[in-house]
Design a protein around this ligand. Sequence first.
Ligand SMILES: [Zn+2]
Length: 93
Amino acid sequence: MISQLNPGGVEAKAEALLCAGFVDVVNVDDVHVVVDCRSTTSDTTHRVRCDPNGWTCSCTAGTHHRRCSHLAAAQRITAPPGQRRLRPTTENT
Ligand SMILES: [Zn+2]
């Protein structure tokens, strides 16, 4: 099972998605993260979510609890509640 994982490949794809501007943060609140990620190979948009149960993605790999490139991309630009180093603020800096 572990031999099927390819972290380098997932991370490289995640970088490509981010560089292409294919990743949009839809919503971040105290308990959720919602990120939309366009596919590089089709017109599909995959939705990555983080809730108290963990991260999920709507793509085939994500629904089988594998760490897909969409999820990896979302994790690079967002942090789940409780792991955020900075508190969101409404004040201008
Ligand atoms: Zn996915």
